[in-house]
Write a protein that binds this ligand. Structure first.
Ligand SMILES: *[C@@H]1O[C@H](CO)[C@@H](O)[C@H](O)[C@H]1NC(C)=O
Ligand SMILES: [Cu+2]
Length: 232
């Protein structure tokens, strides 16, 4: 019985694969998703919705190497809510991180090179010692959080990263759904965001939260990939 259930799960994951890819083409500003690919840089997969699977490729950063690397920058206040909206409900068992990087001046066309990225928010799976694992990132479309009021004013890349881990039990099996928006933060504070990481560089692909079998045995705990969240 247990074996049958596992088989059924595996087939379900396989069958839904072609339908279940997605992109994150919109920011959520003042509670509403912005028009697709206006404030978010268009990604290579805007048509195919296919994920990045190589954590060492430049596309692990903003997935825009075949596109213009630009968007319209939208102004938001430190302390306000912001987020990303997907083009459909996120169907995969997954985990989510949102990172930011402050541009030296104008963010438009800035590539985000170097150790400049810090984590602003995360939405990891929930475990309870091995009895179950649930995925708050699955079955939703909007991923919203509050910008710290101590975030310094200035222009930033805001990077959405949803990591699907339904087929992540072998190396390279995790699917990264990524996009980067451009924001101009005003009314900011004097915090010092960190720790800072680079993309590529932040992940090896061998992290326990990236190379993971979520089915059997059910993980007793889950370690969210990346640095801790900077809370301001
Ligand atoms: C669970 O915790 C142990 C001990 O800290 C660690 O070695 C392991 O990688 C963790 N598992 C996951 C899936 O994060
Ligand atoms: Cu998919």
């Amino acid at each position: 019985m247990k074996y049958l259930a596992k088989l059924t799960l595996a087939f379900a994951a396989f069958a839904s694969e072609s339908l279940a890819h997605y992109t994150f083409p919109s920011l959520i500003v003042d509670g509403s998703p912005t028009t697709q690919w206006v404030n978010v840089r268009r990604t290579n997969n805007y048509n195919t919705q296919a994920p990045v699977t190589d954590v060492n490729s430049l596309d692990i950063r903003c997935y825009d190497t075949q596109e213009s690397g630009t968007a319209q920058t939208v102004t938001v206040s430190a302390g306000s809510t912001i987020g990303f909206s997907a083009d459909q409900v996120v169907y995969h068992q997954s985990t989510t991180n949102i990172y930011a990087a402050k541009a030296p001046s104008d963010v438009d066309g800035w590539a985000g090179d170097g150790e400049v990225w810090f984590k602003l928010w995360e939405l990891p799976p929930v475990t309870n010692g091995g009895q179950s694992i649930t995925f708050p990132s699955e079955g939703i479309q909007n991923f919203e959080f509050t910008l710290p009021s101590s975030l310094p004013s200035g222009q930033y890349l805001l990077r959405m990263e949803n990591i699907a881990i339904h087929t992540a039990s072998s190396y390279g099996g995790a699917q990264f759904y990524i996009s980067c928006g451009q924001i101009n933060v005003d009314n900011g504070g004097n915090g010092t965001p960190g720790p800072l990481v680079a993309f590529p560089g932040a992940y090896t692909g061998y992290e326990p939260g990236i190379l993971i079998n979520i089915y059997y045995p059910i993980p007793a705990n889950y370690t969210q990939p990346g640095p801790p969240v900077w809370t301001g």
